[in-house]
Ligand binder design. Structure first.
Ligand code: DX5
Ligand code: ZN
Length: 224
């Protein structure tokens, strides 16, 4: 099944001295979701945003907040992010010891639940938990930083996962892609079956609105 395209600018590439301005800009530029990268300096070698910032920007936009938790022991912090205004919460399978319990916790809090796989993590990790997910995020870079190069093996992995979901009664589960997504590769990514495109440097370099328009045009121009 091919889901409608959703563009999710990554806040990591925004101007943090003008966060309110950039959050509002994402909405007026036509974003569908706002992707928020939460890093703790342990699961990934970088530190970024906590619930305090999520809460601070919650009143500045009506865009759904997609909180990508790149943190150790996510169960401990999921309620805080939910309370701060997250709408979608995703956790890395490499980190969660009791994945079904974690996904259950996110759903109990009334949020959309997703799992994330690093580029080298076998897709089998997704298969056993997919029925408990609203979306699956496949990383196309190793997480931790914006501006990295897209890892091409993503395309095959994405295609394989989309086919698996569609043939196992899980066509409703959406696939999100994160890392190195640019205007130029967005069409092949969408064609491979990912419909939620996260992009930081690819959208924030230059005119966000124009970049988003071009990415949408390119992606939707292909025949599926
Ligand atoms: C990387 C983050 C991404 C990052 C993507 O670990 O999860 O969301 O912001 O940035 P770009 O699109 O610049 O690769
Ligand atoms: Zn991310």
């Amino acid at each position: 099944m091919h889901h409608p395209l959703k563009l999710a600018p990554s806040l990591l590439s925004a101007d943090f001295a003008n966060l309110e301005r950039d959050v509002r800009l994402c909405e007026t530029a036509g974003a569908d979701i706002l992707h928020i990268d939460v890093m703790d300096g342990h699961f990934v070698p970088n530190i970024t945003i906590g619930p305090l910032i999520v809460r601070a920007i919650r009143s500045k936009t009506s865009l759904p907040f997609d909180c990508h938790l790149m943190i150790e022991n996510p169960d401990r912090y999921i309620p805080a992010f939910a309370e701060a205004g997250a709408d979608w919460i995703s956790v890395h399978v490499e980190e969660c010891k009791h994945l079904h319990r974690t996904l259950g916790l996110i759903h109990e809090l009334g949020k959309k639940a997703g799992i994330v796989l690093n580029p080298a993590t076998p897709l089998e990790f997704a298969y056993s938990a997919a029925e408990h997910c609203d979306f699956i995020l496949l990383m196309s870079v190793n997480p931790g930083f914006g501006g990295q190069s897209f890892i091409p093996s993503f395309l095959h992995r994405c295609n394989t996962l989309r086919t698996h979901l569609d043939t196992h009664g899980l066509a409703h589960v959406e696939i999100e892609v994160d890392g190195g997504v640019k205007i130029d590769n967005s069409a092949q990514i969408y064609y491979a079956g990912a419909n939620i495109l996260v992009s930081g440097s690819g959208l924030f370099s230059g005119d966000l609105k124009e970049n988003m328009r071009l990415m949408r045009c390119q992606s939707e121009s292909i025949t599926i």
